[in-house]
Design a protein around this ligand. Structure first.
Ligand code: NAD
Length: 513
């Protein structure tokens, strides 16, 4: 098992990466401020200043004024230049940001670098988008008239993010919101304030370099109470919130009460169907990365394996075997040989242990994994062996998202049965089918198939590209971010009817005067 680094070593690495990104005002841990911790050792690294309500008020006020007086009137391609510069700085500081993601979220090196690459990719996308905010022209029913739609900036976008994608989700929102002419106030997870300070410093530098106003972006640091100030403020035209279903249930009615707009990206309970014709080598690799990668802490993590009974034993045996090999690769996420880093903290570990107990009580059998590791070396850190649990049916615990690496295995006889199990959970984020039967693949992607926002064939549930719209249905919240036409959520649409004739014909043939 890769040995763990000392907290001093992690601190040194974090300090130099933060300084290179332009953050050099962090204070040592005194026990009085908000501690920024690393899950690698579970210990605190810095005290971070928490924003009080007056700070949040100032941030929203400044972002709102910047929107009204400068940013919404800046031509979209010129707004794109800010995002282009941000993309350049992200390329330059890819290693630094990846280091901070590893320090704060515990991601292994290649996944942390992949997350930063996603930021770079969305910047490229948004720069192109800055010249493609297209509206439609429709045929008017009246002679001498033109009917069209135009898209305008919306206002201040409040971005609330989760700990597990501390930088990519911010970039999906911010790169697109900025080219759409919106300004942004970001409330990162209280578990990952350092990554937020680093991103903010890079964006501030990009703004200075291209002459954009500094107030296009603000960060406020704090927990739920700080987030709630964005939720309730009528100047926040769009609240884009990523996190648990519990958070969405709290936030959505409050934004609705002020008739504001919400974009929700909430929890998933993702499944893969493995059909008898599947390429099993490919399926097992896809399943193991989807279920154990990022220590089971992705919204798209594979949590349910629905496997045909003819191949169930073969697939399960191979997954359990591969999991056994992962055991020697759990540990320091900075070590290139590590495949499974730490859980974010004690709460995640307790939730995993409770879920395994409940699964057993509901008739399940733990086929492998589930034990805590490295607790002697780092008593405040939580490393676990990813677990595989065979379940007799889709019981209560299987229908819940436990944000830890537990893969429940269920079997099926007919595809119809598999689909009923697949869709029989509250969440609807990501799904996949492994099959070489085109009819099955097409049915899975059809209206009668998977009810998720992401529906894959012969790849796992996690690891989306930025070009598509990302998000899910049902309790996942219905929001879409990132590529395709997700930008429309960040703008308001005006329908324009222009009369260039000398007559005044009324629509639907109405006559008056
Ligand atoms: P969380 O819900 O605990 O917190 C997410 C964010 O919401 C944090 O910034 C938190 O401070 C804030 N928050 C929580 N309650 C709030 C409230 N009442 N008012 C205002 N703000 C509030 O989630 P987490 O543990 O950080 O992240 C894990 C969860 O996020 C999982 O459920 C995961 O599936 C989900 N997630 C979803 C996506 C997606 O795109 N669908 C992406 C990443 C994570």
């Amino acid at each position: 098992m890769p040995a763990l680094p000392s907290t001093d070593h992690v601190l040194e690495r974090a300090t130099s990466a933060l300084q290179r990104c332009g953050v050099d005002h962090l204070t040592e841990v005194t026990g009085t401020g908000h501690p920024a911790r690393t899950p690698i050792t579970g210990e605190a690294l810095f005290d971070v200043a928490v924003s009080d309500p007056a700070d949040v008020e100032r941030a929203i006020g400044a972002a709102d004024a910047c929107f009204r007086t400068a940013w919404r009137d800046t031509p979209a391609p010129a707004r794109g230049q800010l995002v282009r510069r941000l993309g350049e700085l992200l390329r330059e500081h890819k290693g630094d940001l990846a280091d901070i993601v590893t320090v704060e979220a515990g991601k292994i090196r290649s996944e942390a670098a992949g997350e930063v690459q996603e930021m770079i990719d969305i910047c490229d996308f948004a720069v192109g988008l800055s010249r493609q905010l297209y509206g439609r022209t429709m045929a008017s029913e009246r002679p001498g008239h033109r009917l069209m739609e135009t898209w305008h900036p919306l206002g201040v976008v409040g971005v609330v993010t989760a700990f597990n994608f501390p930088v990519a989700v911010w970039a999906w929102n911010t790169a697109v919101a900025l080219v759409c002419g919106d300004t942004v106030v970001w409330k990162p997870s209280e578990l990952t304030p350092l990554t937020a300070l680093a991103c903010h410093a890079l964006l501030a530098r990009a703004a200075a370099d291209v002459g954009a106003p500094a107030d296009v972006h603000h960060v406020v640091v704090g927990g739920r109470d700080t987030g709630a100030l964005l939720v309730d403020d009528p100047r926040v035209a769009l609240l884009s919130a990523t996190g648990s279903v519990r958070m969405g249930r709290e936030v959505a009615p409050r934004v609705a009460a002020r008739l504001g707009r919400c974009l929700l990206e909430l929890g998933g309970n993702n499944a893969a169907v493995v059909a008898p014709s599947a390429d099993l080598d490919l399926a097992v690799r896809g399943v193991v990365f989807g279920a154990a990668g990022t220590a089971g802490q992705r919204c798209t993590t594979l949590r349910r394996l629905i496997v045909h009974e003819d191949v169930a034993e073969a697939v399960t045996d191979r997954v359990v075997e591969t999991y056994a090999r992962l055991r020697s690769r759990i540990g320091d996420p900075f070590d290139d040989t590590t495949l499974v880093g730490p859980l974010i903290g004690e709460g995640a570990y307790r939730a995993m242990a409770q879920a395994l107990d409940q699964a057993t009580a509901e008739g399940g059998t733990v086929l492998g994994g589930g034990a805590r590791c490295l607790e002697k070396e780092a008593p405040d850190a939580y490393y676990v062996e990813p677990a595989v649990v065979s379940m007799p049916r889709q019981s209560d615990i299987v229908r819940q998202e436990t944000f830890a690496p537990i893969l429940y295995v269920l079997t099926y006889r007919t595809l119809e049965e598999a689909l009923a199990v697949h869709n029989g959970v509250p969440q609807g984020l990501s799904s996949s089918i492994f099959t070489r039967d085109q009819r099955e693949a097409e049915l899975f992607m059809s209206a009668a198939g998977s009810d998720c926002g992401i529906v894959n064939v012969n790849i796992g549930t996690s690891g989306a590209e930025i070009g598509g719209a990302f998000g899910g249905e049902k309790a996942t919240g219905g929001g879409r971010e990132s590529g395709s036409d997700a930008w429309r959520a960040y703008m308001r649409r005006a329908t324009n009817t222009v009369n260039y004739s000398t007559e005044l014909p009324l629509a639907q043939g109405v006559s008056f005067l």
